[in-house]
Design a protein around this ligand. Sequence first.
Ligand code: AQP
Length: 327
Amino acid sequence: KEKVFSGVQPSGIPTIGNYIGAMKGFVDLQDSYDAIYSVVNQHAITVPQDPKLLKQMTRQLAALYLAIGIDPKKAILFVQSDVPAHAQMAWIIQCMTGLGELERMTQFKDKARKQEAVNAGLLAYPTLMVGDIVLYDANFVPVGDDQKQHLELTRNFVDRFNSRFGDNLLVKPEPLIPEEGGRIMSLQDPTSKMSKSDTNTKAFVSMLDTPKQITKKIKSAITDSIGEVNYDKENQPAVANLLQIFASFSGKSIDSIVSDYSGQGYGNFKGDLADLVVSTIEPIQERYESLLTSSDLDDILQDGAKRASAIAESTLSRVEKAIGLTY
Ligand code: AQP
């Protein structure tokens, strides 16, 4: 079977953007691939985190993975810091990656701009991600559009590594980016990406928002003065974004949604969208609540760490041998 790897950072509660762009796809993929999913908590500390909150968000994210339908009998689910091979592999990759290459990453530039003091980890972040992927010989990596550049870096690294140390030592991965919904935008600014760590909580719907919060946020999402539901990314980007969310949650095509609301203003459209998001998220939240405090969650993560470690350590030792880190 071909392999799939992906991760989500516990840098906040996942938004519907993370869900639509990445996590929703994880569930389908576990049926046809050897799937490995991680709570990548070491990525989260590239920006300052409160220790207590980080611990809490790590557990919440793990419970959410299960609540959306990740099945530990089909997929491996683990927390990154439980598998030391990630940090070990990242060091090796850092020693083989140019500074310039990392400085060009747009996510680094965006995040560095928002920080008062930029640490070395923020720059090195993509090398940790390259390690996450290559450790599991992943053929496919389901991600949102913002991770495309990091995947390209991974592919370049694999080419360089294999040509220097031996053909087929590492597997070259392909990104899997949804055609629609790979980049859900902020509800308050259609030019910036929806992000779970956004300080403006009105900009995103989190997977743990209450029905009341969800409805309020969607109803107060900015639109435009055109007043008609059209799919026009250029002239009506905010409405186009809401249409993408609608399409993803309903499974309907954007065209059919546009025709359902033709000749109407934004009121009904937003109201129905809010109901749709609430009714999709509510059952997920019910499962989440019962998982969060159960010892099953700990058992699943411990078992996941064991299984992930076995694979990761074997890749790491193959790499160490190939580059001479042995005696
Ligand atoms: N707005 C988005 N639309 C679609 N997909 C998205 N993803 C992120 N934002 C959107 C995808 O979600 C997965 C998990 O993201 P991550 O935890 O690795 O971090 P990120 O890409 O940096 O996402 P955020 O929400 O913006 O987190 P913070 O605020 O911590 O930086 C990835 O596959 C990502 O592409």
